[in-house]
Design a protein around this ligand. Sequence first.
Ligand code: ATP
Length: 320
Amino acid sequence: MTATLLNVENLSVRFPVKRRWGQSTWLYAVDDVSFEVKRGETLSIVGESGSGKTTAALGVARLVPNSAGHVVLGGEDFLKLEGEDLRRARAKIQMIFQDPYSSLNPRLRAEAIVREPMDSIGTAPVEDRPARVAELFEQVGLRPEQMKLFPHQFSGGQRQRIGIARALSTNPELIICDEAVSALDVAVQAQILNLLRRLQRDLGLTYLFISHDLGVVQHMSDHIAVMYMGKIVEYADRLSLFNDPKHPYTKALLSAVPSVDRARKVERMLIPGDPPDPLNPPKGCRFASRCPLVEDACRAAQPPLDPVGNDHRVACIKAS
Ligand SMILES: Nc1ncnc2c1ncn2[C@@H]1O[C@H](COP(=O)(O)OP(=O)(O)OP(=O)(O)O)[C@@H](O)[C@H]1O
């Protein structure tokens, strides 16, 4: 059995928000979420816009304040580390961002962008860093002479390759890909996804893959967590999730993907209405107001994420 690399337990992330009349309150973008990622595998987090995917990723990478819970990587709780221990642990978790246009410093040459995490975290002796940068360029399919260029001299796909080389520079164990191909056109998406898979195989990387695109997720994942309003509503291995979804929200999400539709011959379901106000979430199931199967008990209490099979958990009292 594959060992767990990342164990996220009861992670919550909240943002302070101003209400009318100057009062402030908290918005729980991620609310008591737990999941694990096995070494060498990809866990994807999917869900509609605003479900909390990016905030969960930033919480795991410790890039947002006001997080609570545990992010245990290789036995250490990343959220509890300080000082030198934190700096050392930062090398193990790197992130690739959505927008290859805004995530690279336009004033730095590509080689400096790729080298920067090594300099700030202190991985690799100083004299070895230029050779390491050259090696990383080759690994991501860029030419050595491109090291001297600035970000605006690259295409979107090439920029994302620089972002990947930068993320690899500290020899991380976990890479968080936040909508890493969403800003690219379809042909370039496929190239970058293939590169990510090859690097995973060659370097034994573990990915936490954030995406709203189920076609991409189907291609990349070993396991999938479905988020709705800050909660995980279903977690399963890829085949179970796509072939035997249990949560009404997952079923609706899958039916909205044309390619998945064709394969599974399901009728397209529309999700009626909008999600509830995130500042005032309902007491019971958060999907209740939009669910075709809702009954009184759904509104009374939040359903726990219970096992429904091997490696398959669902938070729904009506799940079948
Ligand atoms: N800095 C912030 N301040 C206040 N609220 C925020 C902040 N960032 C996110 N939120 C809120 O947190 C919730 C989750 O947002 P998040 O961006 O994590 O969702 P998402 O699933 O990644 O959506 P998208 O795909 O659109 O990025 C949303 O209600 C959003 O409005």
